[in-house]
Design a protein around this ligand. Sequence first.
Ligand SMILES: NC(=O)c1ccc[n+]([C@@H]2O[C@H](COP(=O)([O-])OP(=O)(O)OC[C@H]3O[C@@H](n4cnc5c(N)ncnc54)[C@H](OP(=O)(O)O)[C@@H]3O)[C@@H](O)[C@H]2O)c1
Length: 305
Amino acid sequence: MPHPEPLTIAITGANSGIGLRAAQRLAADGHRILALCRDLHRGRTALEAINTGAARPATLVVTDLADPDSIDAAAQKISGEAGHLDVLINNAAVFDQTRRTPAFTASGHELFWATNHLGPFQLTARLSPLLAAAPRPRLINVASKGLVTMPRIAIRFDRLDDPGWYSPTRAYYHAKLAQIMTAYTLALRARDALDVACVRVPAVRLDADRVAALPRILRALYAPKNRLAIPAERLGETYAALATRTGTWQQHADPAAAGRSALRGVYVDENLRPVDAPACAYDAGARERLWTVSQQATGDLPWAR
Ligand SMILES: NC(=O)c1ccc[n+]([C@@H]2O[C@H](COP(=O)([O-])OP(=O)(O)OC[C@H]3O[C@@H](n4cnc5c(N)ncnc54)[C@H](OP(=O)(O)O)[C@@H]3O)[C@@H](O)[C@H]2O)c1
């Protein structure tokens, strides 16, 4: 059923998996979708799928989150398209397990850190004036349930782009931890001005073309996992529920509480139930340090409130 007030919603990684399903669902409900996709061709194909059944046509914004110039250009395009932004969903991520050796962006950052943390951080800062112009803005970051097996994971502040500790799995979860911590920082800073959530995504079925592109050995490993994983549509519903909710995370939080309890409700599972993050995310000093290094790495951008 169409939403009573159509929202303007930007979603990264809108060309496949969960991002595509969320975009389709939200577009069908009458919202205006700004579909941020890395590749023009894949983006155009996705736009057709999103617009089938959409109440208003979606807009494609080609954006490579590993490229700061591309992020700036995307933010500029979005500013030209929309006077405000109701929701930003930082969904895109690289989790290419075939990347056995580290890669570095033109800015010198390790690829997973650049794509999965610095890129969304820069994009959120760049779009913060448009979010601030919305009546009830919302930000949704995306992390992973795999972090429950890593309660002691911490941000490697002195070795952020150091290839010495790299493995694709380590680099992926390290950047996902940063997504939760950034959500906590923004939730505490913005309070009523921004409804912030971070979704703990469980194992979700990958699109067939994603699996087909894997080397044979990884394909064989993924096949049973993929069969048991939940459909991407299910997480698309989770994103849509968060993007259109009327309450905020603070309804789950205790304003008088300190530490973990004060942040309860920001990090949620696929059913929107509050869940715990790794211990490092509750360390206010670590969060502040992460903010500082992320600001420095992305050009000390101003944040609109
Ligand atoms: N699937 C799972 O089991 C699972 C589990 C935990 C968490 N998650 C999280 O859920 C989110 C969605 O994943 P998914 O399952 O839907 O995977 P997916 O189908 O592989 O989607 C990932 C999206 O990210 C985009 N992307 C990758 N690198 C990018 C870059 N440099 N710039 C812009 N976009 C880029 C991809 O674009 P291209 O098509 O151009 O590559 C794609 O659209 C991710 O944040 C992921 O970490 C997934």
